[in-house]
Design a protein around this ligand. Structure first.
Ligand SMILES: Nc1nc2c(c(=O)[nH]1)N[C@H]1C(S)=C(S)[C@@H](COP(=O)(O)OP(=O)(O)OC[C@H]3O[C@@H](n4cnc5c(N)ncnc54)[C@H](O)[C@@H]3O)O[C@H]1N2
Ligand code: MOO
Length: 656
């Protein structure tokens, strides 16, 4: 699979890669230029709107400013049941000197237009909501009056001008701005429109967005996962993000790399939708069919293919028959980031919504972040509170990981001309949500599934926990800098043949966590390992040239164990050095390797056989200055609670 992203003249090139004829990108545009071209092609004219009946308006987006055609209330209106009077007649009245007012011969119930004036010395009976008659300037409540003989009423209180009257237009004045274009119509907005008598509202046309995933490897959630296949993440997440940005998503499924079938689906989608979003297959060779289809789908066609953006380089933006057609990169974080950066603004405008409100915060970056020269790079980050402001940790798993995007608080930008951001640099982070919730407890270090049962009671009590896995050494450094409450570590010290305690520094203390049995994992039934002791198992493995191992990365505690087991031997698979216990188990379970060293709970969960070697200690470095914080205390009680200890045992750990 050859990918060539060099800046080239604006003409398709064809190269040979791995025996497969494939096309390269036309030319790489800057992010700004690509967006400008896309926007210009989508909006030669303003987005479409339509009239919508008030009863159907819930959730729609107002397409134009709405001005009230009438006064609300439309007339001066009584707020109480009582009598319409002239306030002058009652100015000096009270219990001791009541007034006698003659009743006018009409009663102003709601909906009755007055025919008689109220003159001095008279009163007209009026209901709450009744129209104030000519001449009257105040209402007295019925409770403050006494009926008299001969159609008269006694009033025992003074009245001030205007009392109990709502004047015409006091609620909404004719010509007043009712609602702004771009407002999402909810029950309150419907109430305002109804009060003004508006039966139909101008709303943005619904934007129907077809979402398609591409790739032979994709299985839908709920289906069984075949060998070498992955679940379709992009279909679900893009459909949801379309909805969040005012569109009506229509997920059409995942399509194998079959040009005819995909083209038929895209043509059908183009006829019935306002926008098409594909993901995957924008840059690869053999299966790279989508952009060839897009190129012949309609005018003006592809406006940008290849953007100097990271993540997002293979992004393809097209407009076919006035409809945006987009191919997002297949990597989930690339797909989501480019959607939010380049597609959401267009979709929102089509849907009549204002641009998303962006909140930015200042942060310090604790570690060096490398960046590719020539591409504007966006690094997804998680934020924690440091002693002197916010600290941004790169989520660090790369564009292929869904969590790089889904677990980040926001992103920071590294300009195309920089090749890194130095440790300690100040930066601005754009948040994914308008408000940042600072976590109550911050745990930075080595991750272990044993943490989950320990943290469960904290979540139940409403505490938020941020857990960043940066490895034991990264966690230790973060604890020394005071960036976290706790750093889980499992660091072996060969000199003392002990774990963790030797790595502490001033201001840090150790809280005992649990032990994890490490051992040799193999597929159950493998006669080279089944029933053997550790040394015998390794000897059998070394004796068989077909037996492949899976190693661990340099620096991992487990690697030290493996090196001791192997001595000077370098069997097949030695250079396969993944960074996690789970990757070791997966390699063995999937027969890409035959044996490796991992922890017992992970081997058991993968259904593997296990030969115990030695226990390692997984403990917590506690930043002493933070010990009294209530979230830290809650963690310590959860760690020592009998329920957590039981749950840890169930999961195969041995609580200290
Ligand atoms: N030799 C090179 N290889 C790659 C380069 C490069 O410059 N040279 N660029 C990388 C970059 S950057 C990206 S981004 C990806 C994008 O590739 P495509 O857009 O062509 O996507 P695919 O090859 O189809 O898939 C990539 C990856 O993503 C997974 N995927 C695809 N669709 C989905 C989905 N709906 N849900 C979950 N995961 C999906 C797919 O399985 C692959 O793992 O290319 C790099 N390679
Ligand atoms: O451009 Mo890719 O989208 O970096 O991950």
């Amino acid at each position: 699979m050859t990918k060539n992203f060099a800046i080239a003249p604006n003409a398709p090139a064809t190269v040979r890669g791995g025996g497969v004829e494939q096309e390269q990108f036309l030319s790489i545009l800057s992010r700004e230029e690509a967006f400008r071209r896309f926007e210009a092609a989508v909006f030669p004219r303003p987005p479409a709107s339509e009239q919508c009946a008030l009863e159907d308006a819930l959730g729609r987006v107002l397409a134009a400013d709405l001005v009230s055609p009438i006064d609300v209330p439309p007339f001066d209106r009584s707020n109480v049941d009582g009598f319409a009077v002239q306030s002058n007649d009652l100015a000096t009245r009270g219990q001791a000197n009541p007034a006698r007012l003659a009743l006018n011969p009409e009663t102003l119930a709601c909906g009755v237009a007055p025919t008689l004036s109220v003159s001095s010395g008279t009163a007209t009976p009026i209901s709450t909501g009744g129209m104030v008659p000519r001449g009257a300037d105040a209402i007295v409540m019925v409770e403050h009056t006494q009926p008299l003989e001969d159609d008269a009423v006694e009033v025992r209180r003074a009245a001030s001008a205007g009392q109990f009257i709502s004047y015409a237009g006091s609620d909404i004045a004719r010509g007043e701005m009712l609602l702004r274009a771009g407002t999402v119509i909810g029950s309150r907005e419907i109430g305002m429109a109804a009060a003004c008598g508006l039966a139909r509202l101008p709303v943005a046309r619904k934007v129907k967005v077809a979402v398609l995933s591409t790739g032979d490897e994709l299985a839908q959630p709920g289906q069984a996962l075949g060998p070498a296949s992955v679940y379709d993440t992009n279909g679900a997440i893009i459909a949801a993000a379309v909805f969040e940005n005012g569109g009506v998503p229509d997920f059409l499924g995942a399509f194998p790399d079959d040009e005819d079938k995909l083209e038929a689906a895209m043509r059908a989608a183009l006829a019935t939708h306002d926008m098409i979003i594909l993901s995957g297959g924008t840059s690869k060779g053999a299966g790279d069919v989508s952009h060839r289809i897009v190129a012949r789908l309609g005018q003006p066609g592809i406006v940008a293919h290849g953007v100097a953006l990271k993540p997002g380089k293979p992004l393809c933006l097209a407009v076919c028959e006035a409809k945006p057609v987009v191919i997002l990169p297949g990597f989930p974080t690339s797909a989501m980031f480019t959607f939010h950066d380049m597609i959401a603004p267009i979709l929102r405008r089509m849907a009549g919504l204002p641009p998303r409100a962006e909140t930015r915060v200042s942060v310090r970056v604790p570690v060096r972040i490398a960046s590719e020269l020539g591409r504007t790079e966006f690094t997804m980050v998680s934020l924690v509170q440091g002693d002197d402001g916010l600290i941004a940790y790169p989520t660090g798993k790369g564009s292929g990981a869904i969590t790089s995007f889904s677990q980040a608080d926001g992103f920071l930008r590294i300009e195309a001309l920089a090749d890194h951001l130095p440790a300690g640099a100040q930066a601005e982070v754009t948040l994914f949500t308008p408000h940042l919730r600072i976590p109550d407890l911050v745990i930075i270090g080595s991750h272990c599934t044993g943490l989950d049962p320990v943290l469960a009671p904290l979540a139940r009590d409403g505490l938020t926990v941020r857990s960043l896995s940066v490895g034991s050494l990264g966690g230790l450094a973060a604890a020394k800098r005071g960036e976290c409450d706790l750093a889980p570590i499992h660091l072996y010290d060969p000199q003392t043949d002990s774990y963790n305690a030797r790595f502490l520094a001033d201001g840090l203390e150790l809280v005992a966590g649990w032990r994890r049995m490490q051992g040799i994992a193999f597929r159950a039934g493998d006669q080279r390992f089944e029933g053997a002791g550790a040394n015998e198992a390794v000897a059998n493995a070394l004796a068989d040239p077909d037996c492949l191992m899976v190693n661990r990365n340099q620096g991992a505690g487990t690697r030290i164990l493996i090196d001791r087991l192997l001595g000077q031997h370098r069997p097949g698979g030695y250079w396969n050095q993944p960074r996690s216990h789970n990757a070791v188990a997966a390699a063995i379970a999937q027969e890409r390797a035959d044996w490796g060293v991992t922890i017992e709970p992970v081997a058991k969960a993968a259904g593997l056989g296990f030969i115990p070697l030695t226990e390692e200690s997984y403990d917590f470095v506690l930043v002493s200055a933070r010990k009294q914080r209530s979230a830290v205390q809650a963690f310590l009680s959860a760690l020592h609670a009998p329920e957590s200890r039981e749950a840890l045992k169930q999961a195969g750990f041995r609580p200290a």
